[in-house]
Design a protein around this ligand. Structure first.
Ligand SMILES: [Zn+2]
Length: 146
């Protein structure tokens, strides 16, 4: 059923924020109580920081009809560089590398690759980028080389 596959992939693609963050790896999205609906979802249960996000609310991004920051003429802007630095140093995630990969292979392929990359090698659960260990089995993923 090819139509079904396309539908699933299109939904998966919504999980990637315009900045390149994979919301499905976020602790707010993964929590059981009042989970965040992801950047591209609604506003219910969203943190104040995400509601006030300079990139989500970026006028250039909105005006240009950009789906992701990489197609913006200002890419990578100061806001994105700041976010990239914070995520690289705190969580070993580069949103700019994510965006370059999305540009190169498409968002559906990126989601497939990132899902594999963030699966716990010990138990197969999805790892959370904000937590140094697998929530399910305790595997310390930060020791891994990406
Ligand atoms: Zn695990």
């Amino acid at each position: 059923m090819p139509g079904k596959v396309v539908q699933i992939l299109a939904e998966d693609a919504l999980i990637i924020a315009p900045c390149g963050i994979n919301c499905s790896l976020c602790r707010a999205y993964m929590r059981e109580r009042q989970p965040c609906p992801a950047c591209r979802g609604g506003v219910d249960n969203k943190s104040k920081a995400c509601l006030a996000c300079a990139i989500k609310n970026c006028a250039v991004l909105a005006a240009g009809g950009h789906r992701f920051c990489f197609s913006c003429e200002k890419f990578p802007c100061a806001k994105l560089l700041h976010l990239d630095h914070r995520y690289r140093t705190k969580y070993s995630v580069s949103v700019i590398e994510n965006l370059q990969r999305i540009k190169a292979v498409g968002v559906e392929q990126f989601v497939a690759e990132d899902t594999t990359k963030w699966s716990c090698p010990q138990c197969g659960s999805r790892l959370c980028m904000h937590k140094p260990q697998c929530v399910n089995c305790g595997y310390a993923w930060q020791a891994r080389q990406f």
